[in-house]
Design a protein around this ligand. Structure first.
Ligand SMILES: [Zn+2]
Length: 647
């Protein structure tokens, strides 16, 4: 080895030269960090110097249980420098030749990681302590949901490279979920891309074709398809039995119960949080005895006036289940957004009118007495379990889905007001829309987030109106009448058509003006394009309810001349060939017609008409330009939310 050259000590010069941290632009930095499974995020380039600064870096939640610090009072930590170097180096690696590694990179780097950030440091101590226990509960709930969806059972097979680990963590299993990557056979966190059986049915059963239909056709289907049970093999050969969640998942449930009670103890000191405390205790008990109705009662008693927080923890939605029957565990921790109070005041007096206007459309449907809470606006702090999707996030929700609180219309509805409200998301949405709309149509699209929030409020309110997911026809539930997948799609179609149908009523009652009405319509159309772009079915062939309802809406609006697809037109981006023009002059009547058909189908249990509606617009060769819409969206990274909380 040659001796070190005399003169300048190289290492020292490098050390004294300040590092600039400007090798990568922000989006790229965050994308590569995801591939390396690093809980680091460059939140904003506040000083616009193109370099990451210590006050611009965040530690991400849900990656690791270990304490991580990227910056302290002296600036970046040594750990950050190491992470930064790794990210820069990884960004320069050539495209991998191995098809699996290449597909994983595409899946993980074709996203736009988007931050949901909350600062709780100014809150009173009992609330901070409460939130810390809820964050711990969220971690345990993740473990429960991971078990439920069959992720835990596969964890040992995941490749130990960071990309495989990151994908597995984010996607709740090995499967790729990006629109362009989910159909690549090699795209998996596990070599050989094995299937992921869910835990709630025997794996052997799931390997049979149409096993959901087979279960639905059995004499004991009501017992086996209960929402809060798992199906296990019985003692006798080929027999099946239902096991309640609190027995099947006792080990995973115990630490959640402990944290919920600790959270209740912590916040009890604040006497104004009586309802929150009561709910936390009721939820803990429900985890132990699997009777969710008392927890729902305590939950329905909470509102935007009597708590600073929005909390929901338990099993609720069924979208994750291949049979759309079993409730998935989730935990939502959010702060009440005070802006909701104004909207509630304006909209609550209209509930009866809204319900009656649906009953007027369809003679077979009689208006019910409806009194539900108008949506509370909430600002998401943490989404755990079924709430934390690989891409995007739920922007509105009406719960519970079953039980007396649901049937008597006493549930709660929320709109998540801090999602997609960030400048990055807003800019991206406009950019994508400009590839599909003509310049004239684009000019009708508003800015800001008000229109989207309005749609979400109406969508969620409509879940409580007309025939709901609990309404029986000929003594059968919608799931029994239509099958789980089609029932979910119809209920969402009703809700999302409500987001259009009630707009004229709000104008008439002077809740919103004509401009806001137009912007709400346009926002909903762009929303539908986004869902169409995600494809109509999961790789295993299950209906995606939002995607399919979006195709039905866009197809219907095309048939009625509201939307016109011109393959020769140039889109507003000035480049894309083929664009939609929009004529809203008939919109009110067209939407009324669609709403009438959807309510009629649900109120009469008309499965044939429901299937026909889907068959008309859902297939690729329908009038809806599915492929083009997908292609336009695939030019842009999809949102994947990441979380950061300061205590
Ligand atoms: Zn919905």
């Amino acid at each position: 080895m040659p001796p070190e050259p005399e003169g300048e000590p190289v290492a020292e010069v490098l050390e004294t030269e300040p590092r600039t941290y400007d090798d990568l632009e922000r989006l790229r930095f965050n994308q590569v960090a995801v591939r390396l499974n690093l809980p680091v995020f460059w939140a904003t380039d506040a000083d616009e110097d193109g370099a990451i600064d210590p006050d611009e870096v965040r530690v991400l939640h849900f990656y690791t249980d270990e304490e991580v610090a990227w910056a302290d009072d002296d600036g970046f930590t040594a750990g950050f420098d190491e992470a930064y170097d790794a990210i820069v180096a990884a960004s320069q690696e050539p495209a991998p030749e191995d098809p699996r590694a290449a597909a994983l990179r595409q899946e993980l780097e074709s996203t736009a990681p988007t931050l949901i950030e909350t600062d709780l440091s100014e809150m009173p101590e009992p609330h901070q302590a409460f939130a810390r226990h809820m964050a711990a509960a969220a971690g345990h709930l993740d473990a429960l949901y991971a078990k439920q969806v069959g992720m835990t059972a596969m964890a040992g097979q995941v490749g130990d490279d960071p990309a495989s680990q990151s994908l597995f963590r984010r996607n709740w299993g090995p499967r790729c979920r990006g629109a362009a990557t989910e159909s690549i056979p090699e795209c998996s966190a596990i070599e050989g891309a094995p299937k992921q059986p869910v835990d709630v049915y025997p794996a052997e059963l799931q390997s049979q074709e149409n096993f959901c239909e087979a279960l639905e056709a059995r004499d004991d289907s009501a017992a086996l398809l209960g929402h809060f049970t798992v199906v296990r093999e019985g003692e006798e050969e080929g027999s099946l039995r239902a096991v309640p969640y609190h027995e099947a998942y006792a080990a995973e449930i115990a630490p959640i119960v402990t944290e919920l009670r600790a959270a209740a103890d912590a916040v009890e000191e604040d006497e104004s949080e009586e309802k929150l405390v009561a709910y936390l205790r009721a939820a803990a008990t429900a985890f132990e005895d699997n009777d969710w109705d008392p927890a729902n009662e305590a939950w329905a008693a909470m509102n935007a006036q009597n708590s600073k927080w929005y909390v929901r923890v338990g099993p609720d939605e069924v979208y994750w289940d291949p049979c759309s029957q079993k409730a998935g565990f989730h935990l939502t921790l959010a702060l009440i957004d005070p802006a909701s109070l104004q909207w509630q005041e304006k909209l609550t007096p209209l509930q009866e009118d809204m319900e009656r206007s649906l009953a007027r459309l369809v003679r077979r449907y009689r208006a019910r007495d409806v009194s539900f809470h108008m949506p509370d606006f909430i600002q998401i702090v943490l989404n755990a379990g079924d709430d934390r999707d690989p891409f995007g996030a739920t922007i509105g929700q009406s719960l519970p889905n079953w039980g007396p609180v649901a049937e008597e219309g006493r549930g709660r509805t929320v709109a998540m007001s801090n999602l997609y409200a960030d400048p990055d998301s807003q800019a991206r949405r406009r950019e994508i829309a400009s590839t599909l709309l003509t310049e004239e149509a684009m000019a009708m699209l508003g800015g800001g987030t008000d229109a989207g929030l309005m749609s979400t409020i109406l969508h969620e309110a409509t879940h409580n109106l007309g025939p709901t997911s609990a309404t029986k026809v000929r003594r059968k539930t919608p799931a029994e009448l239509f099958g789980g997948g089609l029932a979910s799609m119809l209920e969402e179609l009703k809700a999302q058509t409500g987001a259009l149908f009630f707009v004229p009523m709000l104008v008439e009652k002077e809740v919103i003006d004509e401009d806001a009405a137009r912007e709400t319509y346009m926002d909903s159309i762009v929303w539908a394009f986004g869902h169409i772009s995600r494809g109509m079915t999961t790789p295993s062939g299950q209906r995606k309810p939002y995607s399919q309802l979006a195709a039905v809406q866009v197809g219907f609006l095309m048939d009625k001349g509201v939307l016109s697809w011109d393959p020769e037109a140039t889109a507003a981006d000035g480049e894309s060939q083929g664009a939609f023009s929009v004529d809203l002059s008939n919109m009110d009547e067209v939407v009324t017609e669609l709403m009438k058909e959807v309510v009629r189908i649900k109120a009469t249990g008309d499965k044939r008409a429901a299937e026909a509606l889907a068959a008309k617009y859902v297939p690729d060769d329908s009038p809806v330009p599915h492929e083009t819409i997908r292609e336009r969206y695939q030019r842009f990274p999809r949102t994947t939310f990441v979380y950061s909380v300061h205590f």
